[in-house]
Design a protein around this ligand. Structure first.
Ligand code: K2U
Ligand code: ZN
Length: 176
């Protein structure tokens, strides 16, 4: 298992459109396992392959209370949407930023699992939000794209400042 590096906004690679998965092999299953490890470690409840600089239509998630119900979706499609819900979203690629995003409340999803078995299910609530958030990543879209251009620019500047301060932070004083 391996913890993978997560790309951060405004990295242009986050804007890449992911290609369909065609090989359901051991490499795909290893990538999904590494993405789940990375997601749990972050911690997060979802992660798209785009975020770890792999541009294939693959996402993982686990919205369960006990973090014991992982899901892997390959070549996912939302085939029906109903209602709307607003959720204050965050993103592992936009650390420390949260904003309300309106999305469909109920969706129907068609996908495959990492072994190539077809999946077809309805989702609502947080699971629906998470799947829509991750599927946005697969087409190069970020939740900050739902903000006004001014707010998005403020987010970019805030993250740039955070990175500048992190790179110039003094090493902690030696143990006394
Ligand atoms: O960056 C990601 O794609 C992981 C996202 C997934 C997500 C965002 C908004 C709403 C639902 C899922 C998050 O950073 S995971 C962190 C998190 C944890 C609990 C609830 C919401 C978000
Ligand atoms: Zn995200």
């Amino acid at each position: 298992m391996a913890k993978l590096a997560i790309l951060e906004f405004p990295d242009p690679r986050l804007r890449t459109k992911a290609a369909p998965v065609t090989e359901f092999d051991a490499a795909l299953r290893q990538l999904a396992a590494d993405m789940l490890e990375t997601m749990y470690e972050a911690p997060g409840i979802g992660l798209a392959a785009t975020q770890v600089n792999v541009h294939r239509q693959l996402l993982v998630l686990d919205v369960s209370e006990d973090k014991d119900q992982p899901m892997t979706l390959v070549n996912p499609k939302v085939t029906a949407k109903e209602g709307t819900q607003v959720y204050q979203e965050g993103c592992l690629s936009v650390p420390g930023i949260f904003a309300d995003v309106e999305r469909a409340d109920r969706i129907h999803v068609e996908a495959h699992d990492a072994d190539g078995k077809p999946l077809s299910f309805d989702a609502d609530g947080l699971l629906a939000v998470c799947i829509q958030h991750e599927m946005d990543h697969l087409v190069g879209k970020l939740f900050v794209d739902y903000l006004s251009p001014l707010k998005r620019e403020l987010v970019r500047k805030k993250l740039e400042k955070q990175r500048r301060h992190a790179s110039t932070a003094e090493p902690a004083a030696a143990a006394l």
